[in-house]
Design a protein around this ligand. Structure first.
Ligand code: MN
Length: 323
């Protein structure tokens, strides 16, 4: 549990040969982009490296992984013995999901979550970074002496663009823009990436968003929006979990909304509650009440089915809006 510098990280990586790089459960573009950029960089340096995730990469992000979606620990080649475990964008052991037992074996964690739980032997955590990809860029730029191939630049750009909502969210800094500019110089196809990330959607995802718009509740005089999607809704409308990825962003668009809350029933019957804040309210702190976390503007937690309504009630109350 020691902090380490970018130079220290590069030195350490150069000395090892066989790597695993973990993403968090329900991987997003920042997790996938950071992880694959690291894997490709290590391979370019002549090392063996594999990405790992407990969940499938959503089909909407398979443009980042050459169409492949399964990166389970069982998919590793026979006889491969990793000597160095890394994680990218993973804030807590719980975020390893079914691979939670690996958390304490991680040698190096790279992350930008303020709620990072320091599970790894070495860590580089920068809560001010707009995306984990911003941190990974610094490392890769160093390892490759500034010669970042287009493929790696595109992966990092996707992570950066996704976590900052296309450079619109409050976590976007001058550094985010400078890194993005560098990545475009290295050939990142920004227009195609943004089209893939923000515009192209499956028809079932659009249907899930329409369902959310139809069923959203406006609370506290319209300052909070809330929608719940349960298993019966998912089955009757044919939504996959990944179709609901943008629901939280859709319901926060209405004029005057400060906080958005989305509760989704998972296949095991528990509920994943996602929250977004576009004001000074820190939703990571509020989700922490239920063992969750994230960023001040975007956070989540999981609760048992009989707890979901009271948990949402408590989240609403914690926001402190009068009525
Ligand atoms: Mn991230």
């Amino acid at each position: 549990m020691n902090n380490i510098t970018v130079m220290g990280i590069c030195k350490m990586l150069q000395q090892k040969n066989n790597f695993l790089v973990f993403m968090h459960e329900n991987p997003d573009a920042d997790a996938v982009g950071s992880c694959f950029a690291l894997v490709y960089t290590l391979r370019k340096l002549g090392k063996t490296a594999y990405p790992v995730c407990c969940d499938r990469v959503p089909s909407s992000l398979s443009f980042m992984t050459e169409g492949k979606r399964e990166f389970g620990i069982d998919d590793l080649p026979d006889g491969f013995i990793p000597e160095f475990l890394m994680s990218a964008d993973v804030a807590s052991p719980g975020q390893f999901g079914a691979l939670k037992s690996y958390a304490t074996k991680v040698n190096l964690a790279l992350d930008h979550h303020a709620t990072h739980e320091r599970f790894a032997k070495y860590l580089y955590v920068e809560p001010k970074a707009g995306a984990c990809a911003e941190i990974v860029y610094k490392i890769i730029n160093n390892l490759l002496s500034g010669n970042i191939p287009e493929e790696i630049a595109s992966l990092l750009y996707a992570g950066l663009a996704a976590d900052t909502g296309g450079f619109r969210y409050a976590n976007t800094t001058p550094i985010t823009h400078k890194v993005a500019a560098k990545l475009i110089e290295h050939g990142a196809n920004h227009a195609q990436i943004c089209r893939n990330l923000f515009e192209c959607k499956s028809k079932s995802a659009l249907a899930a968003e329409a369902f959310a718009m139809e069923h959203v509740k406006y609370l506290c005089g319209g300052k909070i929006t809330y929608v719940k999607i349960n298993l019966a809704d998912k089955h009757s409308h044919g939504f996959e979990d990944e179709d609901t990825y943008d629901v939280i962003n859709v319901i926060r668009r209405a004029d005057g909304v400060k906080i958005a809350i989305f509760a989704r029933e998972k296949d095991d019957g528990s509920y994943k509650i996602s929250t977004r804040s576009s004001c000074e309210i820190d939703v990571a702190k509020i989700c922490g009440i239920f063992g969750g976390g994230g960023h001040s503007g975007a956070a989540g937690c999981s609760v048992a089915p009989d707890m979901v309504d009271s948990a949402v009630e408590r989240i609403v109350k914690e926001c402190g809006f009068n009525d």
